[in-house]
Design a binder for this molecule. Sequence first.
Ligand code: PLP
Length: 369
Amino acid sequence: MDLERLVPSYIKQFQAYVPSKPDEELKRLFGCPVLHRLNNNENPLGPPPAAREVIRQFPPARSALYPSGDSYSLRLALAERFGKEPGQFLVGNGSTEVITAVIKAFCEQGDNIVTADRTFAVYEWVAEFSGVGRHLVPLKDFAFDDEGLLARIDGKTKVVFICNPNNPTGTCWPLEQLIRFLDRVDGRCVVVLDEAYIEYVEQANAPDGVALLDRYPNLVVFRTFSKMYGLAGLRIGYLVGSLSVVDLIRRAYVVYSVNSLAQAAARAAVEQGGEHVQATRALMHAGKAFLREALGSLGLPFLCHEGSYVMVKVPVSDTLLYRRLMKRGLMIRTMSGFRFPNWIRVTVVGREVLEQFVEGLAEELKPVL
Ligand SMILES: Cc1ncc(COP(=O)(O)O)c(C=O)c1O
């Protein structure tokens, strides 16, 4: 077999992302009996009670049947909740899946996407392994740079990805900035607003992308059930946009990718998740207040804005610190691979674990602080 001839150059050059090992394996490797996951921005409170109940009651026999191929009932629930048409929603196996559908629907070779250089990396990766160009605009003061993005849009740009709030820096464009940006894009390309962390936002003037859809038919909003709704393990997220745009994206998406249990649990979260959102927001608020104080006392530079995570700049190698904290049962995210050398990202969780994290961090950094 002549692999050289069969494989496109952009696949040959692409380095596949290696996910972390299962927790049990990591505990064995690092010799820690308990492992606290502060690496993936998972909700420490888990799913809302109504979703838990759906999971508990799921009839095993239903596993033999295919799910609704287009998440029919969930889309009805989402349409009801947001005052939109069910046809404006496309549900995917995590919102990561809908990223691929958007790029496939609009981009061919020679086209490009525009996004930031230090944001959720999947936009860039999907473009790269699809042979699509990437215009990566440096962050400005850790935030998406609107002028910089506009300057990189050209005749071949099909999609702009804006992560709001940005993962990993937590910065969030205010509504006026987003409106100004959308007006200046003026329908030349699709603008994706990834609102994976929207339910955590405390800033008063933050936009709600869904509320802008009627005004901007080229706007597409991503949301996920993995973060606030604690369903990361079931893999479910969605996009919402104008009927005409979503109709095109749907052509580049393989139906039946979302399992029945995920659809049912997500529907319960949409319909009955209100109290859970409030409880999680309270936990985040308290956790961030604690971290601001504690990291400030250690004299470490940090970013603590919107979202369920903070970033900390450390005076040692982030990968070395990762290994040291792992031995203490604390798994953080190293950020060197995300173009933030010697920064770490830490999920905001309950007070007890955050105290352990700060204590571990202080002890490991003692020789250099
Ligand atoms: C900004 C952003 N978008 C999308 C996702 C993907 O979410 P999902 O689990 O729905 O694929 C993540 C997950 O970390 C994220 O941080």
